[in-house]
Design a protein around this ligand. Structure first.
Ligand SMILES: Cc1cc2nc3c(=O)[nH]c(=O)nc-3n(C[C@H](O)[C@H](O)[C@H](O)COP(=O)(O)OP(=O)(O)OC[C@H]3O[C@@H](n4cnc5c(N)ncnc54)[C@H](O)[C@@H]3O)c2cc1C
Length: 226
């Protein structure tokens, strides 16, 4: 019998948002599972910025984001500025240049940003399941339960009658992207049909069963364990 799976958070979708979220949460001590249903990650990053990825803008601020809750952008951006992302880019030895109006691009290729995000996830000890479809997300008491075929392989209970036993976690982040060539693959996926998420307007959904979103990203130490 295999050991049961324990994760603090499950991130669905390994695009820019999912890899970055998983990496930061993992680096703050959270046990993170990142699930991607396609065999390639970061396809949109690869084509971004004409293949050189316009990875940030020096002047990016809350006013540049559309949000039903502008205060969220204000507080989130106050905690993570463009210079924080530039610091990660430079730590990975990626050379960059400013094109115009504060737009920053890689000197080389967008693939460098994909490799950087993958490496950050690796450094954070993120568990990757890929390619791995998500068959459904349900609530299981205080937890979310994410069903995948891989959950079956790793199931601690071989006698379970369920074909795709779900992996539980107190936090689930859906970063499955918006309308684009990539989203054509995701449209109609069972993960989305189980929820009333309007994928044309919402790119990232953070769902916490019993924790505030800040709990996912806050430093992990015994003193702040919930
Ligand atoms: C041509 C083009 C140029 C662009 N240029 C720039 C630029 O220069 N600068 C910039 O900032 N932005 C640019 N963008 C936008 C930017 O690429 C996207 O906003 C960003 O990459 C989106 O990241 P994401 O993680 O939200 O979504 P995505 O990249 O779409 O990632 C979502 C991931 O979720 C996976 N997924 C979906 N459903 C499921 C499921 N059910 N189970 C498991 N996995 C699932 C998908 O396969 C995908 O890997 C550009 C976009 C395009 C199309």
């Amino acid at each position: 019998m295999r050991a049961p799976l324990h994760f603090d958070a499950i991130v669905i979708g390994a695009g820019a948002a999912g890899m970055f979220c998983a990496a930061l949460a993992g680096q703050r001590g959270r046990r993170v599972l990142l699930i991607e249903h396609y065999r390639i990650v970061g396809e949109k990053i690869r084509i971004s910025g004409g293949g050189r990825c316009n990875f940030t803008n020096l002047d990016a601020g809350p006013a540049n984001f559309l949000s039903g809750n502008p205060e969220f952008c204000r507080s989130a951006l106050a905690r993570f500025m463009p210079r924080d992302f530039i610091a990660i880019v430079e730590r990975h030895g990626i050379r960059w240049h400013e094109k115009k109006l504060g737009q920053l691009f890689c000197d080389g290729s967008s693939n460098q940003i994909i490799a950087m995000l993958r490496a950050e996830c690796e450094r954070a000890g993120v568990t990757w399941w890929q390619p791995c479809p998500v068959d459904g997300v349900t609530r299981d008491g205080e937890d979310f339960a994410v069903a995948t075929p891989k959950g079956s392989e790793n199931c601690a209970c071989p006698d379970s009658p369920s074909r795709n036993p779900a992996v539980p976690a107190p936090a689930m982040v859906s970063t499955t992207g918006v309308q684009s060539p990539a989203s054509a693959r995701t449209r109609g996926s069972r993960a989305q049909r189980h929820h009333t998420i309007d994928a044309s307007t919402i790119a990232i959904t953070v769902a916490m069963a019993s924790h505030l979103p800040a709990a996912l990203m806050s430093a992990h130490s015994p003193s702040n364990e919930e």
